[in-house]
Design a protein around this ligand. Structure first.
Ligand code: APR
Length: 233
């Protein structure tokens, strides 16, 4: 692909689906197993912290049983071999991009392997249960919560994302339904700035009509092929 210097990539749960991590909105997905308002809102956490801490403990623990797939590894190869700039923004809270070799991952919805202290507000790397109310590693208060952005909370590093989006040559959306804002609006922001937009998804997303190009199929097939094209392999 000629004269591409800056790429912004957005990934969603679909890129981790073939690794065995449930997506949210497909049949049997996480939002069929649990009510969003109970486990992914500040109000739900205030109402029943044990339920919420247990939900994220279960998801964190499940990470140790899955592996990154060819789509994660292809994005890591792009980061290593592409001569220009790549910003990888993920909505996912899993660590499969990192374990697939990506070094600079922007988790706009936070991470399962991070703990946020409601007392000192410091984030700490975390890979243990929280249901037993461990003390904050920094201030020792028993006030840890999952460092995950819940509905009604502001996603992380939005300024950095928007400035990268508006100055990109290509915006690629991988494995996301386009159901949740602000991520679902990135394609329109990019398009309004004249950025080339591509959707790589198992099926047409809710925002597929905004994309200049859309390819449908499993990420483990589409993403390595797209990376080969970008690298001119
Ligand atoms: N390859 C590519 N895409 C896939 C695959 C696959 N193997 N399997 C599923 N998909 C697609 C689905 O078609 C769907 O469009 O991935 C998308 C997953 O959509 P969601 O389950 O809605 O997940 P996501 O878009 O990441 O959700 C966004 O919603 O609940 C919040 O914070 C949560 O970050 C999450 C956000």
């Amino acid at each position: 692909m000629a004269d591409i210097e800056r790429i912004v990539i957005l990934t969603g749960a679909g890129i981790s689906a073939e690794s065995g991590i449930d997506t949210f909105r497909s049949a049997g997905g996480l939002w069929e197993q649990h009510k969003v308002e109970d486990v992914a809102t500040p109000e739900g956490f205030a109402r029943d912290p044990d339920l919420v801490l247990g939900f994220y403990d279960m998801r964190r623990e499940a990470l140790s049983k899955v592996e990154p797939n060819d789509a994660h590894r292809a994005l890591a190869r792009l980061e290593r071999e592409f001569a220009g700039e790549v910003l990888l923004v993920t909505q996912n809270v899993d660590d499969l991009h990192e374990r697939g070799g990506s070094r600079d991952v922007l988790h706009m919805h936070g991470e399962l392997k991070s703990a946020l202290c409601s007392s000192c507000e410091v984030r700490s790397p975390w890979d243990a249960p929280m249901a037993d109310r461990p003390p904050c590693p920094v201030c020792q208060a028993t006030a840890l919560r999952p460092d995950v952005v819940w509905f009604g909370e502001m996603p992380y590093q939005m300024d950095r994302i928007y400035s990268a989006l508006l100055s990109a040559d290509v915006f690629v959306s991988i494995g996301t339904s386009g159901a949740v804002y602000p991520a679902a609006g990135f394609v329109q922001e990019a398009k309004s700035a004249g950025v080339q937009t591509v959707e790589l998804n198992l099926e047409p997303s809710e925002g597929t009509h905004h994309f200049a190009e859309a390819r449908h199929g499993p990420a483990s097939v589409l993403v390595p092929a797209w990376v080969d094209e970008v690298l001119g392999v």
